[in-house]
Every structure is written in C-alpha cells, then in structure tokens.
Design a protein around this ligand. Structure first.
Ligand code: NAP
Length: 302
C-alpha cells in the first residue's frame, strides 16, 4: 500500500501555494497521467464538501470512481453531493456523516464501514481544521489533535485491512507546507501547556501527519481567514490545490513512486527545509507512534 502526503502553505515564500506557482509547476506535468478511468474503484475522501476535498471528489467522480464523502455536516455534504452528481453525471457518490474530532465515533464509523462495504481502493485524509482556541472533545482530547492527527490515525489504521484487499491500495494524507516550520513535539500532544496558538498547533499537527505517514508506510510495506483574505486573488483554486491528491490517488505514475513521502505538485519533495532543525530522531518518532497507538486503543470500543 502506498501512503502519501501532499501540499503546501506558509513558508518557502508564500509563493508555493499561489496560482502562479501551480502554473509554473504544471508545465512539467504529464497530461496523460490523469487520463484514466477509475470506474469500479472506490475512494473515501474526508472533508469532501468544500475546498480541496470537494474538488478532489469532483475530479474522481468525473473519472467514474465511486466516492465516499466523509463529512461532519449533513446539509453541506448533501449540497456538495448534489452538485458533484449533477456535474459529473456519476451517481455513485455516497455521503457519510462523521465528525473526526470525536475519537470513539471515528472507530465506530470505520468498523461499520468495513462491515458494510467489501472494498475500498483509496483513502484520502483531506479534512483539516484550525482551532481559534483550545477546545476538548467528549473524550477530553484537544480538538485539533483529535481531528487532524488521532482521527486520521484511527481511520487509516482501521481501514488498512479493507484497503489491503484491493489491488494497489493507496492512502493520501493532505498535509501542508506549514509543517516545515515545526519539529515533531511529543511532550505536549494535548497542547495544554503554554499559550494556545491555533495556527502553530495546526502546523505541528501537519508535521505529526508527515511523521505518522512515514511510520505507517514502514508498517505497511502514505483556514486561516486573515491569510486567505489578503492572498485571495493569487491563491490556488481548489482544483489546483486538489491536483496532487488526485494524481496520487488515480495515476499509474504515482503508483511507481515511493510510499510514505511528502509530495508537492506531483513531485516528491523533502519534508524539511535545507539545514532544517525540524528533523526528529527515530526514538522520538517511535514514542510518538506509541502514544498514538495507546490513545487510539483507549478509545476503541470492545
Ligand atoms: N487551502 C490551502 O491553502 C491549503 C494549503 C495546504 C494544505 N491544506 C490542507 O488541505 C486540506 C483541505 O483544506 P481546504 O483548504 O480545502 O479547507 P476547507 O475548505 O476548510 O475544507 C476543510 C474540510 O474539512 C472538514 N472538516 C474540518 N474538521 C472536520 C472534522 N472534525 N470532521 C470532519 N470534517 C472536518 C470541513 O468540514 P466543514 O465544511 O463542515 O467545516 C471541510 O469539509 C486540509 O487538510 C488543509 O490542511 C490547505
């Protein structure tokens, strides 16, 4: 199975996530990579009702894939589903309601999905959130961590058994270039010490996704309001933002690329800046994975 991470923002000069950067990168894209039919294959996309997730769902629907949209808000999800069905002509689009910040519910959802569906080819962990202030979920876990990290871990771990039943399964986790300013921190997983800075907490969780993906790949053999308003004109469109997710999810070319790495604009790139201080030790990474496993198990229904 291949696990990939995708995307970019802040740092590396705001340029990376602009339309111009995309247009420049896209000059080296191989058009036929995406000229594939994925009819008969199924794709689960979290946060598929808006932005990049919605554009990803639309692109895959147009290629004939079955899409499982995992969203937390029924109205928004149904509205997006209706538009995707209308525009793609594909009726194999299903809505599932799940709030990824509710840890026990993530387990329950994944286990129920495995019982109901006999196959899943690709999981795209796209949903992401930035919290304005520290909040806890029902289980007492900090919500950004629960949604962006533990929820992704549980969904992926639980669905691996189903994914592995299909040929060439893939897991794509949409991280962010924001993680480049963060080194893995395992001493404050619940962000309950020091001042809570939602954007930095988010960036740390995007780093945790990157480490998690590298580690999971080894075990399986992959809304910032002020910022958006000032950059609105030059930011990538959702379709441009979704391009690498779609490429990783459907193309033959991606299937030949190494698993567990960070991809940007259809290219494997370093998960660290040059001379970066953000590298973690194997011991820290193991401790992080053990903490996730322990937390996940604590919330698993028996
Ligand atoms: N846009 C960028 O510049 C950029 C750059 C780099 C990386 N990314 C990453 O790309 C991914 C998509 O972002 P986007 O820009 O498309 O943002 P978006 O339009 O805000 O979409 C985020 C999606 O995630 C869903 N979501 C958030 N928390 C959730 C939860 N607890 N349970 C279930 N669903 C949840 C949202 O649902 P609701 O609609 O109900 O809120 C929404 O569907 C994120 O992982 C983000 O970190 C974005």
């Amino acid at each position: 199975m291949s696990l990939y991470r995708n995307s970019a923002w802040f740092l590396k000069g705001v340029t990376e996530f602009t339309k111009n950067a995309f247009l420049s990168s896209s000059k080296r894209f191989v058009e036929k990579d995406l000229e594939v039919s994925v009819a008969g294959r199924s794709f689960m996309i979290t946060g598929a009702n808006s932005g990049i997730g919605r554009a990803t769902a639309m692109a895959i629907a147009k290629k004939g894939g079955t899409v499982h949209m995992v969203c937390r808000n029924r109205d928004k999800a149904e509205e997006a589903r209706a538009e995707i069905v209308r525009e793609s002509g594909n009726k194999e689009i299903y809505v599932h309601i799940l709030d990824l910040s509710e840890t026990k519910k993530v387990w329950e959802f994944a286990e129920a999905f495995k019982r109901k569906y006999k196959s899943l080819n690709v999981l795209i962990n796209n949903a992401g959130c930035i919290m304005g202030q520290r909040e806890e979920n029902t289980e007492g876990l900090e919500k950004s961590f629960a949604s962006n990290v533990l929820g992704v871990y549980i969904l992926t771990k639980s669905l691996i058994a189903l994914l592995e039943k299909s040929v060439e399964p893939r897991v794509v986790t949409v991280s962010s270039g924001g993680m480049l300013v963060q080194k893995l921190r395992i001493g404050n997983l619940q962000s309950d010490r020091g001042r809570y800075d939602g954007a930095m907490v988010y960036a740390q969780h995007k780093r945790q996704q990157v480490v998690m993906t590298e580690q999971l790949a080894k075990t399986v053999a992959n809304a910032m309001p002020e910022f958006h308003s000032s950059m609105r004109e030059s930011l990538r469109t959702p379709e441009q933002g979704a391009d690498t997710s779609v490429w990783l999810a459907v193309s033959e070319a991606a299937a030949t690329m190494p698993s567990g790495h960070f991809y940007q604009d259809r290219k494997m790139v370093s998960a660290h800046l040059p001379l970066a201080w953000t590298r973690s030790s194997p011991l820290e990474e193991q401790e992080f994975m053990s903490s996730l496993e322990d937390l996940a198990k604590t919330q698993q229904a028996h």
